[in-house]
Design a protein around this ligand. Sequence first.
Ligand SMILES: NC(=O)c1ccc[n+]([C@@H]2O[C@H](COP(=O)([O-])OP(=O)(O)OC[C@H]3O[C@@H](n4cnc5c(N)ncnc54)[C@H](OP(=O)(O)O)[C@@H]3O)[C@@H](O)[C@H]2O)c1
Length: 246
Amino acid sequence: MIKIVINGALGKMGKTVINAVSNEKDMTFVKGLDADDNLNNYLKDNKVDVVVDFTRPESRMENVKAILSNGAHAVIGTTGFTDEDLDQVKKWCSEYKKNVIIGPNFAIGTIFQMHFAKIAAKHFDTAEIVEYHHDQKVDFPSGTAVKTAQLMSEERDKFNLNTKDKVANIEGARGGDFKGIKIHSVRLPGMVAHQEVIFGATGQYLTLRHDATSRECYMPGVLLSIREVINRTGLTYGLEDIFGLS
Ligand SMILES: NC(=O)c1ccc[n+]([C@@H]2O[C@H](COP(=O)([O-])OP(=O)(O)OC[C@H]3O[C@@H](n4cnc5c(N)ncnc54)[C@H](OP(=O)(O)O)[C@@H]3O)[C@@H](O)[C@H]2O)c1
């Protein structure tokens, strides 16, 4: 039995994960913790195998350290990890001899969208990303959009070199910039999580679109990560390898 704590248990994702874990025969949901609890103190007094964290970007590093330093593996859905953060997480993994899977997106459709975007990026030198989320999401752009742009930029150094967007009528209207890839964040009630990666070329454009219509779409990836994290070594960032795509 894999003993599991869910951090962020009162949140939208936390509640969905508790439900999913509770239906699995090889997993035991031990405890749900949230903003008013002390994760570090709880883990000092209670030994568990895996902590699943869906909280807030501000607490991402503090939570990872509390999990690893108290002898548990971590499956992290919380977004906001920078390259420097990932380096630090790797160090903690080797220091505490525990493993971490950080999934910028646990939905298999998104994993494939990112994979296809990386392939297309070899052949298209112009691309933009539009991500759409519910209006309660605090951070922008989404971790998935950043991860998609990172994967695409492994195929070429700079995108959109010939775009003539020099005159701004409203600052910021062209979105954020990751190595020339413009990233646009839409926040509206009624939406869950959606992303378009649009590639342009003379006389054609290609749109790769993924729509998450409910939070259940993340659960197969979260459950798979809980089982995988026990047997992997160190940090796994993204689920491509787990799905055999890297
Ligand atoms: N990787 C993925 O596939 C994926 C998918 C969906 C969402 N996400 C990410 O997952 C995170 C949570 O999303 P959500 O939609 O579930 O948000 P949410 O509904 O706001 O839930 C977050 C919960 O965590 C609590 N919390 C805040 N700081 C905490 C701390 N230090 N320790 C413990 N609990 C804390 C919040 O309490 P308060 O409200 O009192 O602050 C809230 O109950 C976000 O970063 C989101 O971007 C990732």
